[in-house]
Design a protein around this ligand. Structure first.
Ligand code: SF4
Ligand code: SF4
Length: 381
């Protein structure tokens, strides 16, 4: 999730970071926009929660078996286009476990003239190089022109040999040395790079910092990949990870413009306004594409007591409101936007929405923990 970072697969940090390859100018222009409100220009589909991995920091309920029906997704895509959204991305779960969805939605999006952002993946779903090439070629032939966003960090698979196999298949199928970008979740941009360094060594590449892009690049004869950092939020499965939550610095307001201003559709058709680590919370649901149109969902987002405020007044307004009511309401100060968001939502500290929701540990239940349904935070069930 810019914040420079937040993203992942529906959480998956596989999902986050979607804007980062082109975000700098977009984000800057938005934060000076006086008509600040929820005005999504990006739609992202998670066709499935299912995943071939089980990362310790994942906040996707990968145990759930729901698949988003293709006709429902295509209809919503068309409504998004009519509402002025022009960019499409894919997340999950592992999106490549539902290739028919990728191909069908990509095909319609290409017909409508959508710009493609990232198709996030862990790059380890394929049986072998030939399998990867066939599926990737189907997506390419459907019209996908975005980047394949590969999650490489200590939480995702660290099977360097298979990642190289996948990266080479992408390079070959798309005939483009920039077709891949990398995402990594860690506590700071210069931390957690070891798995990427191993990948770089395996493709005879180097990792270099770009002053221009303000991020690292992996460069070799065959690849030029940008590295996108996700600020790891220790929530849900990751709640017990030894990473600093209240790190002593308040986050810098960005109105969730990095990860936000999106309609993120999960396999149950629920729509969230962002792909932050807290985004699976029921409190951030602004609609469902099975029963509502894109216009209705955007309007609901603007009118939502929490979401509307985040995009209109910012997280700092929510923070200030909480502390004005009770200066001891928060255990500390944090630079991590999405951790703050998850904390205040699950604890019921924000005005207008119930507490509860979320999940600690693996998702063993078949339903979400809805708002008001309190879970014992900090205890793995
Ligand atoms: S298990 Fe890992 S790869 Fe799969 S959705 Fe979760 S974070 Fe992404
Ligand atoms: S709304 Fe919350 S979870 Fe989403 S990007 Fe903003 S801070 Fe993160």
């Amino acid at each position: 999730m810019s914040r420079s970072g937040a993203v992942q697969c529906l959480c998956c940090p596989t999902l986050w970071n979607r804007h980062l390859d082109n975000a700098t100018s977009r984000g800057n222009s938005r934060t000076t926009d006086r008509r600040r409100t929820f005005r999504p220009d990006y739609v992202s589909f998670a066709g499935t929660y299912q995943c071939n991995l089980s990362c310790p920091h994942c906040c996707v309920p990968i145990e759930w078996t729901d698949y988003l029906p293709i006709p429902v997704a295509v209809r919503f895509l068309e409504e998004c286009h009519a509402a002025g959204l022009r960019t499409l991305g894919f997340t999950g779960g592992e999106p490549f476990l539902y290739p028919d969805f990728l191909v069908a939605v990509t095909k319609r999006a290409a017909e409508l003239g959508f710009r493609f952002d990232k198709l996030m993946t862990n790059g380890l779903w394929h049986k072998d190089a030939a399998h990867a090439a066939v599926v990737l070629a189907d997506v390419r032939d459907a019209g996908f022109t975005g980047k394949i966003g590969l999650s490489v960090d200590k939480f995702h698979g660290m099977e360097t040999t298979r990642l190289v196999e996948f990266a080479k298949a992408v390079r070959q199928v798309f005939a483009d040395d920039t077709a891949l970008s990398l995402s990594y979740a860690s506590s700071a941009p210069d931390k957690g790079l070891e798995p990427i360094r191993r990948l770089a060594a395996a493709v005879d590449g180097v990792i270099e910092w770009s002053d221009l892009l303000h991020r690292y690049l992996l460069v070799s004869n065959d690849f030029t990949m940008t590295l996108n950092w996700n600020h790891l939020a220790p929530v849900e499965r990751a709640e017990k990870l030894p990473t600093e939550r209240w790190d002593g610095t308040w986050f810098t307001e960005d109105y969730c413009e990095g990860p936000g201003q999106a309609l993120i559709v999960n396999p149950r058709g629920e729509v969230k306004p962002c792909c932050g680590f807290a985004s699976d919370l029921d409190q951030l649901t602004i609609g469902n594409i099975h029963t509502q149109s894109a216009e209705e969902i955007i309007r609901a987002g603007r009118e939502h007591p929490y979401v509307g405020k985040v995009f209109r007044e910012g997280l700092t307004a929510i923070r200030d409101e909480i502390l004005a009511r009770d200066p001891a309401a928060l255990p500390g100060v944090t630079s991590n936007h999405c951790y703050f968001c998850w904390y205040v939502l699950t604890r019921g500290l924000a005005n207008g929405v119930n507490g509860g929701g979320g999940k600690i540990g693996a998702w063993t239940d078949t339903t979400a923990n809805f708002t008001g349904q309190l879970v014992q935070l900090g205890v793995k069930r």
